[in-house]
Design a protein. Structure first.
Length: 278
């Protein structure tokens, strides 16, 4: 199998500059983002889980449902889609490899594997096992010949590790050596720490997630720090949920319908999904 056009296009985006990788949560939001001119998309485990009325947990949504979701997003537009593939839906490297192969077949142009276990007592996989899991994902992608971009994530910041930067630096370098194409430590916001991560994993690209406004968190500034890819995680889904929740609460609590102001017009929505230009 030769590399897929989507995977080749996605890989090319990582070669220079800095790009935004927004995260739709369903086919409609994917099509809207594509029409805005973004070059690639990424799934969000949280955003998808919320559409099912479930929490963002590796045990809350089965792998089969996630694979179907990835396939739906990949077929929704012509853009490359990166799959938020959590821990690979397996603990052992063999299971990770098998599921990564399934995600590739679902149409992902890229996918991420994280080192979080979902266990509060032991929140991160032991370093050696975490590295082997990345190596197994790399082998599965190579065996497919698809050219899919592999991102390895260290969740040290998100799980409350006492020394997140030290742990992330160590693990991301090890993940790069194990074959990851892109590295990611969600939760880092300090520009100096971001720059240190960029330098540690170079020449491989670093992904930074921006899930809320903050000083220095702009496309220009992050690009100047050497960041190649900026994802939004569940932020767009939570923006949508925030507007919905405020409107519904206002109706229930006040008996008025003022919360419905600012809604998207029918004509604009229909135009988007009929393929018309905005």
């Amino acid at each position: 199998m030769t590399p897929t056009p989507a995977a080749a296009a996605f890989r090319a985006l990582h070669q220079s500059g800095c790009f935004v990788l927004p995260n739709p949560w369903d086919v409609g939001s994917a099509r809207f983002l594509a029409q805005l001119g973004f070059k690639a998309l990424a799934s969000t485990s949280a955003g998808f889980a919320y559409t099912l009325g479930r929490p963002d947990s590796v045990t809350a949504v089965p792998c089969e449902a996630v694979l179907a979701h990835v396939a739906a997003l990949a077929s929704a537009t012509a853009l490359p889609v990166n799959a938020d593939f959590q821990n690979g839906y397996a603990d052992e490297p063999e299971g990770v490899a098998a599921n990564v192969a399934r995600c590739v077949r679902a149409g992902a142009a890229g996918l991420s594997i994280e080192d979080a276990t979902g266990d509060k007592v032991r929140p991160l996989y032991d370093r050696g096992l975490a590295v082997e899991r990345v190596r197994a994902a790399r082998a599965a992608i190579d065996a497919s010949g698809s050219g899919v971009v592999l991102t390895a994530r260290c969740e040290a910041w998100l799980v409350g590790h006492p020394e997140p930067e030290r742990e992330a630096l160590d693990r991301l370098v090890a993940f790069a050596d194990a074959g990851a194409d892109c590295l990611f430590a969600p939760g880092v916001r300090d520009p100096a720490a971001i720059e240190r991560l960029v330098k540690a994993v170079a020449p491989r690209p670093l992904n930074v997630v921006v899930s809320s406004p903050g000083p220095g968190l702009t496309l220009q500034h992050l690009g100047e720090l050497g960041v190649r890819r900026i994802s939004l995680g569940s932020a767009l889904a939570r923006v949508a949920w925030g507007a919905f929740m405020r409107a519904a609460k206002s109706i229930q609590e006040t008996g008025t319908f003022d919360g419905l102001s600012g809604l998207a017009p029918f004509a604009e929505l229909n135009g988007i999904f009929e393929g018309k230009e905005r």
